[in-house]
Design a protein around this ligand. Structure first.
Ligand code: CP3
Length: 358
């Protein structure tokens, strides 16, 4: 656990406190900012590390994972660092081998398709993931609380869909086949995922994560009725279990315009919003009892600076200086993004977010 209680951070304006205060909708003197996928291939320093190590090697070596996390956060001068890891790491201790194939994304060698496949998954080896917690400790030792420390995991639906499809998917046919056709196996799969994720998040919180972000990246493949029937309860359980550890939770999904209100019902402190829904509209949908995070279109980072600045101001205006806005993109930074434009956005957010008494 970090030294300050995240649920009652001191009102000083260091980036870390600023970020945690905003997650809790407490007043801040400027809008905190960080970026989804802030450490990644768009950054030369990351590409240099990748020349010598695979993605999974970086994740599993706390020194290197911490270095990659710290380098990106310092280079961008953001208010929070997200630990360098990957959504799929928990698959391995559950008994599923996977690899990242160049240009193809993740591939799970033996996807989960049957009741027997679900029954074979293990839930007793979450301890194997402790390398992520060790990396968090190193990042925290470096920043000493100056930046918010974000731990993360996938949401049950999104992780289940990776396990079942065996990788990224366009139509989620196998996932939905299990959901509709073998609902008992589907529920057992989500239950098993939750057991591992709760333990994994606990390790991260004990190591000093101030906030946990839950990525439901593929939840936009569900209509609201199916979200309610097949995904909501598992997400809600995970959110509540993590909050009981004493940290706020950010719950983020993509293509969620019709799911924002039900996602907020999980009780997550912060709802992450993709760029397709304006922040004011999203905020009305989730209710002002939640904070919101987002939501610049990541491809705006390729626009001329005057256009970019206009878009940054529009996001800030849409959030209207209410307590509880965290500036971010609507999804991750993509390869090829000019780093200097990302740095410029940080300065723009600092300049244009109105100062209020803290
Ligand atoms: O700075 C950060 O954001 C922390 C690092 C981070 C990575 N993955 C490292 C990574 C985070 C937060 C993730 C989460 C993650 N992983 C998500 C959820 C975020 C989202 O985008 O919605 C998802 C869906 C994954 C699964 C995953 N990992 C995919 C689909 C891919 C391949 C896609 C691609 O861009 O190639 C990855 C690989 C990956 N994970 C990279 C990074 C920096 C890029 C590939 C590399 O370095 O080889």
């Amino acid at each position: 656990m970090s030294e300050t209680n995240p649920l009652n951070p001191a009102p000083t304006a260091t980036g870390g406190n600023l970020f945690v205060r905003a997650c809790l909708r407490q007043p801040v003197d400027r809008t905190p900012v960080w970026f989804l996928r802030q450490a990644g291939r768009y950054m030369q320093e990351y590409r240099d590390v990748r020349k010598h190590h695979t993605l999974v090697e970086i994740c599993k070596q706390p020194d290197i994972a911490a270095e990659v996390t710290i380098t990106a956060a310092e280079k961008l001068d953001v208010d929070a660092a997200i630990i360098f890891a990957d959504l799929l790491l928990p698959l391995e201790p559950m008994g599923l081998d996977f690899e990242f194939q160049a240009g193809e994304g993740p591939v799970v060698h033996k996807p989960v398709r049957t009741t027997e496949d679900v029954k074979a998954l293990r839930t007793d080896r979450a301890e194997d993931l402790i390398y992520v917690a060790r990396a968090i400790e190193k990042v925290n030792a470096h920043f000493g609380g100056r930046l918010g420390m974000i731990g993360f995991c996938g949401a049950p639906y999104t992780l289940a869909s990776y396990m079942i499809e065996g990788g990224g998917s366009r139509n989620y046919i196998h996932t939905k086949q299990m959901m509709y056709g073998n609902t008992a196996a589907w529920r057992e799969l989500l239950d098993k995922i939750i057991v591992v994720l709760v333990e994994y998040c606990r390790q991260q919180v004990n190591a000093g994560a101030d906030v946990i972000q839950i990525f439901d990246s593929w939840v936009g493949s569900l209509c609201p009725a199916d979200y309610a029937e097949y995904a909501f309860a598992a997400s809600e359980r995970l959110v509540r279990e993590v909050q009981a550890m004493g940290v706020p939770v950010i719950y983020f999904g993509v293509e969620t315009a019709s799911l924002l209100a039900p996602m907020a019902k999980t009780g997550a402190d912060v709802i992450g919003v993709d760029w397709r829904t304006p922040i004011d509209e999203a905020w009305r949908a989730v209710g002002h009892g939640h904070a919101v995070q987002g939501n610049l279109d990541p491809i705006t980072l390729f626009a001329p600076l005057d256009v970019l600045e206009q878009r940054v101001k529009e996001v800030l205006k849409s959030a209207d200086n209410r307590p509880g806005h965290i500036f971010n993109l609507g999804h991750g930074i993509v390869p090829g993004t000019p780093v200097e434009n990302v740095q410029a956005v940080v300065k723009m957010v600092r300049e244009h977010s109105t100062r209020r008494a803290g």
